[in-house]
Design a protein around this ligand. Structure first.
Ligand code: PHE
Length: 331
């Protein structure tokens, strides 16, 4: 019998089955337990020997069960560990990675370009005063050109800057020429439709030399190189324009990158896309900051517009809605 029991224990493949087998042998009504009760019927002189044998058998069974239990437990742990094994080389297709916003990457591209040309990056406050935002830029009070920029006014004659040109004023008032700077940052205007948002991002640039002529040719060369870097092989044209702080002034267009100048919705069938404003710094601006015998050029552009053109985004507002279905495409 003991042989059979040990054989059964050996065959068992799960902890549950092992417990069943244990009960069947040494449980309350187990086969070996029954042998113990049968002892009552034996003559007294035999009882001792039989008891010894039965106890030894019980011990053997208990040992075998314990050993088997340990073995099964180990196999179980191994099985669980195998299941939990992590293949760190495997690509998780469900995980999402964050991505930089197209305005950020476009801004990086622009600022890196100019930084490489030795333009210093200058910053200024977002809450400005009339002097830096308007007056020093040749926009005196009641000048009609102030209407071009619908301004958010705050308390204490403060306002949200309508462009980053005030940073140019602040830089010139604290540093001597020559100046070679760009001013990236957020600006604010009371405007909200398909092509305008109340807050947007600008990069403006300024180059100033003392006792040397900075010409329109210098400006044109720099803008052309820059726009070819940003948009590739496009045609570029300068259109006469007006800004109070530059004279002469120009708006710069590139040939439409969507229809290759054939005329489409994006370029309003003109074949051209306006991308920046620029000009030769008006002498009144130098007067306001106390610069003498200086000449220079300035330019300004909207980063969102560049991002839209580079990524073929049609609605400016989608750049501000943080919809990850859109942003996820720029990973
Ligand atoms: N400040 C102008 C704007 O915000 C851009 C500009 C900058 C134009 C410098 C000419 C020269 O629209």
């Amino acid at each position: 019998m003991i042989k059979n029991w040990l054989e059964n224990i050996k065959k068992v493949k799960s902890i549950k089955k092992l417990e069943e087998t244990r009960i069947a042998i040494i449980g309350k009504n187990g086969e070996l337990t029954k042998e113990f009760s049968k002892m009552k019927l034996l003559p007294n002189e035999e009882k001792k020997d039989v008891a010894k044998i039965l106890n030894e058998q019980k011990q053997t069974i208990n040992d075998a069960i314990s050993k088997k239990y340990e073995l099964l437990k180990m196999l179980e742990t191994e099985r669980v560990l195998k299941k939990q094994k992590i293949d760190i080389g495997r690509y998780n297709t469900t995980a999402t990675t964050a991505s930089l916003h197209p305005v950020t990457t476009t801004m990086d591209k622009i600022t890196t370009y100019f930084a490489n040309l030795n333009f210093k990056i200058e910053m200024g406050p977002v809450v400005e005063d009339e002097f830096h935002n308007f007056e020093a830029l040749n926009l005196p009070k009641h000048h009609p050109a102030r209407d071009m920029q619908d301004t958010f006014y705050c308390e204490d004659e403060k306002l949200l800057r309508t462009h980053t040109s005030p940073v140019q004023i602040r830089t010139m008032m604290t540093q001597k020429p020559p100046i070679r700077m760009i001013a990236p940052g957020q600006v604010f205007r009371r405007d909200f439709d398909i092509t305008h948002t109340p807050m947007f991002t600008q990069v403006e640039g300024l180059v100033v030399q003392q006792d040397e002529i900075v010409s329109f040719a210098n400006l044109k060369f720099t803008m052309e190189k820059f726009l070819k870097y940003m948009f590739g092989d496009v045609k570029i044209r300068f259109r006469p324009s007006f800004f109070p702080f530059t004279e002469p002034s120009a708006e710069v267009d590139i040939s439409c990158i969507f229809c290759k100048s054939k005329g489409c919705q994006v370029c309003s069938r003109t074949g051209w896309l306006e991308v920046l404003g620029c000009g030769i710094v008006d002498q009144n601006v130098f007067k306001a900051v106390g610069y003498k015998d200086c000449s220079g050029y300035a330019f300004g552009l909207g980063v969102e517009r560049f991002a839209m053109l580079l990524h073929e985004i049609s609605d400016l507002r989608s750049l501000f809605e943080s919809d990850i279905r859109l942003l996820g495409q720029f990973r």
